[in-house]
Design a protein around this ligand. Structure first.
Ligand code: FAD
Ligand code: UDP
Length: 389
């Protein structure tokens, strides 16, 4: 992958017709790779994918660490979706290992199931309530709210302030450096509350991990004679010298427009990876620490990947303001600022903006795949309409 720009200019000139690349795709994560695959495979377009990182896969990239354990360098990535279309599409590039993620929260000196369920309440308070009784309990402690606007409202209106303080307030303040009352309801609404004993973190119809990892899946998506991949390259270094007609941009939208309206806030993380020379570190894939430590959670990869190994590797996530942009921050003033950039994007018709950073949406992997497939369908329709005239 150490080819220089001149090699790619030669590649482009050597393509049939010699007209260069039809698409320059910025970012080799889910958004960029889905578009590259569809454009090349389904539409015969010539595509150049550039990423400033030294690898494909974006934040879903995985690799073997020095001990030989498969890890997710950018934090634990668990695939889940309700979309059959998305699952079928990705199944062209990978086999799957069924996996249902389980999370425990460390609260009041105990490890209890998260999302909060019947067992969480019984263990926390030393009770033996039934599902019916725990439902009544939640009703008795819930605070009435006329309108659910914030991440605080959504939790206290369902399970009351005490459980909110134990499970949500500290975690959210650590993760976002904001109080839940300053964040959209959609953030904590990602985590449900249950009155049964279901202890799975996700309830989606499809829950599985790529059998040989995400990177292998991305390699297969990008393995096409019409797709060239250029790593360690910021698109700005080559956009003037490479011949291309249209762009798919999947980086931060504010950076594309040189932050002309000011910086959009993105939350970052510092990942602390550790290998331990024992077979198992903890009982489940992830343990959340809402109230202690500077990190939010510890994830152990072997639970998630199913790998058998004498050692084990874990990652601690320390939220921070500076660093790679990982999370858009859902709150009204940021949505308003994003709208200004979105209007600029709409006025830039030769560039398609897609993905978590380019559309400033707190999207899971499957949502990014769905969004990218929809963006492709639009491109295809426009292309077909143009060819017909
Ligand atoms: P990215 O993966 O961020 O890809 C964008 C790419 O663009 C990057 O590789 C970047 O280097 C490149 N780029 C940016 N600017 C430039 C430039 N100027 N020039 C060249 N290249 C550039 N989702 C789930 O479904 N399940 C999970 O369990 C899950 N866990 C997560 C845990 C963490 C800690 C994080 C941060 C996210 C998690 N996600 C999870 C979300 C998931 O990572 C995203 O939905 C998905 O990876 C987004 O894909 P993308 O292509 O939009 O963006
Ligand atoms: N959250 C919380 N306590 C938890 C788990 C989650 O307060 O034990 C809140 C927190 O604000 C978090 C959000 O719910 O950012 C979404 O959690 P999720 O696990 O979906 O976060 P992600 O995996 O995207 O980091």
């Amino acid at each position: 992958m150490d080819r220089n720009s001149q090699d790619y200019v030669r590649d482009a000139a050597a393509t049939p017709g010699g007209g260069g690349f039809d698409y320059l795709i910025v970012g080799a994560g889910f958004a960029g790779s889905v578009l590259a695959e569809r454009l090349a495979n389904d539409m015969g377009q010539r595509v150049l994918v550039v990423d400033k990182r030294p690898h494909i896969g974006g934040n879903a990239y995985d690799r073997y660490d020095d001990a030989g354990v498969l890890i997710h360098p950018y934090g634990p990535h668990i695939f889940h979706t309700n979309s059959e279309d998305v699952f079928d599409y990705l199944s062209r590039f990978t086999q799957w290992r069924p996996y249902q993620h389980r999370v425990l929260a460390s609260v009041d000196g105990q490890l209890v199931p998260m999302p909060i369920n019947l067992d969480t309440i019984n263990k926390l308070y030393g009770l033996s309530l039934t599902s019916f009784e725990v439902e009544k309990f939640f009703e008795s402690v819930a605070e009435k709210k006329d309108e659910i606007k914030t991440s605080e409202d959504v939790v206290v209106s369902k399970i009351g302030r005490e459980l909110y303080n134990k499970f949500f307030r500290g975690y959210t303040r650590k993760q976002w450096a904001l109080d839940p009352s300053e964040l959209d309801s959609s953030v904590t609404a990602r985590v449900p509350t249950r009155t049964n004993r279901d202890d799975r973190y996700f309830a989606d119809k499809f829950q599985a991990m790529p059998l040989h990892g995400y990177t292998r899946m991305f390699e297969r998506m990008l393995d096409h004679p019409n797709i060239k991949v250029m790593l360690n390259t910021d698109y700005r270094e080559i956009e003037e010298i490479m011949p291309w007609r249209r762009m798919v941009y999947t980086g931060p939208i504010d950076a594309f427009f040189d932050h002309k309206y000011g910086k959009l806030p993105y939350r970052s993380l510092r990942f602390e990876h550790t290998t331990i020379h024992q077979e198992k570190f903890q009982d489940v894939g992830t343990v959340n620490y809402p109230n202690d430590y500077a990190y939010t959670r510890i994830s152990e990869f072997k639970h998630i990947t199913g790998q058998t190994h004498a050692s084990t590797s874990v990652v601690r996530e320390y939220p921070c303001a500076e660093g790679d942009p990982y999370y858009p921050v859902p709150r009204p003033e940021n949505a308003a600022l994003y709208k200004r950039y979105e209007a600029e994007a709409e006025a830039t018709p030769h560039v398609v903006f897609v993905g978590r950073l380019a559309t400033y949406r707190y999207y899971n992997m499957d949502q990014v795949v769905g969004q990218s497939l929809a963006a492709y369908r639009k491109l295809r329709t426009a292309h077909d309409a143009q060819s017909a005239t």
